[in-house]
Write a protein that binds this ligand. Structure first.
Ligand SMILES: [Zn+2]
Length: 362
């Protein structure tokens, strides 16, 4: 991707179009871990892999389940933001959508400091914490397995070279698996020109080590909320997992109101899960809930995609109606606003499955 961008061959318009067709999800948000990602998790859990040094920013090692302390992400991660003040790193289920360590607008969960994205631009220094980890593993590893990299970028090349040269008597501890030649082929004990998934499948078979999972489903996360907006009306909102942006994903959503949990009859609202025209509040339906007052009703939000219908969430409708004293106040507008702002909202999280990969088929 970066190569295409450097050559000016990255078709931004086509990418945006694909994003719209995917319900607003970026290519990185839809990606699933490869067989090799899953194999590395199995090897780490079995104590065979001390750490993984990655130059990828796609976040797939984290998504695949590799513990973060066993991962050095030298060029950052599109799904991670780091606090400027205390260094705390937060992994998000959505792409941060900026590069170059710019402020993201969110505040640190721990100290309140400003978060910045962690995806490095070309001229930026590498993150010290991750570099330190990579150095430590290089200094003591028995084997450095370089998977699917042409080793063009520093310091990854230097790490491989340092490992190969560490002790003269034990040189040749680098194994490279890559389709093209690399800059350090001559130092490698073994050079395998084959796809990494093919090689890792053979390695796992030889070690008789099963993958931690045989299939992996990538999902989009969000939350459904019922928010009171007036004396008799309420909004049903779908928000993305960031709590601010619209919910993303492909499918049609219907909102039913029920005194029990089964969706009855006609929905009170129906529309797309992702609508680019929808305001950032993610408000999808403005419905009159007055007849559901004090019935213990729930809003049942149903998703239909690819012919399949699933209940996304059930959200209890907040208590009703607005007390008279608020409406009868001498400054009703202000009173209503105060009431709306302070009124409890009910929310429920949900996930929308996107893509599933079956590793037996890879
Ligand atoms: Zn902080």
């Amino acid at each position: 991707m970066w190569t295409l961008e450097a050559r000016g061959e990255l078709d931004a318009a086509a990418l945006r179009e694909a994003e719209l067709a995917a319900g607003g999800l970026t290519v990185f948000e839809r990606a699933v871990p490869s067989y090799t990602h899953a194999a590395l998790v199995a090897l780490a859990r079995a104590g065979r892999v001390a750490g993984v040094v990655s130059q990828n920013v796609d976040g797939l090692h984290v998504v695949s389940g590799l513990p973060r302390e066993q991962l050095a992400e030298l060029h950052g991660n599109l799904f991670v933001e780091a606090c400027d003040a205390c260094g705390h790193e937060a992994v998000r289920p959505f792409e941060i959508r900026s590069v170059g360590c710019r402020p993201t607008g969110r505040r640190c969960d721990r100290c309140g400091g400003p978060y910045r994205d962690t995806a490095l631009d070309w001229d930026q220094p590498l993150p010290p914490r991750h570099l330190k980890r990579a150095d430590a593993w290089t200094a003591r590893c028995d084997l450095s397995l370089c998977l699917g990299t042409s080793l063009q970028m520093e310091p990854a090349t230097a790490l491989a070279v340092r490992c190969a040269r560490r002790r003269k008597a034990s040189r040749g501890r680098v194994v490279i698996v890559n389709l093209q030649p690399t800059r350090v082929d001559r130092l490698a004990a073994l050079m395998i020109r084959a796809p990494v998934d093919t090689v890792m499948r053979l390695v796992m078979r030889r070690l008789a080590l099963p993958l931690p999972y045989t299939a992996f489903t990538r999902s989009a996360e969000g939350q459904v909320g019922v928010v009171r907006t007036g004396r008799q009306r309420a909004s049903v909102r779908l928000r993305g997992a960031d709590g601010a942006g619209p919910c993303r994903g492909v499918g049609e959503v219907a909102v039913h109101l029920a005194a029990d949990t089964a969706p009855p009859g006609q929905p009170v609202w129906r529309g797309p899960l992702y609508d680019p025209a929808r305001p950032a509040t993610g408000e999808v339906a403005d419905v009159d809930l007055s007849r559901w007052a004090d019935t213990g009703a729930v809003a049942v939000v149903v998703l239909t995609r690819a012919g399949e219908t699933t209940v996304l969430a059930r959200v209890a409708v907040p208590a009703w109606p607005v007390p008279d004293d608020v409406e009868a106040g001498d400054r009703p507008k202000r009173a209503r606003r105060m009431h709306r702002d302070s009124f409890p909202t009910a929310t429920a999280p949900f996930t929308v499955p996107l893509h599933t990969i079956h590793y037996d088929d890879v």
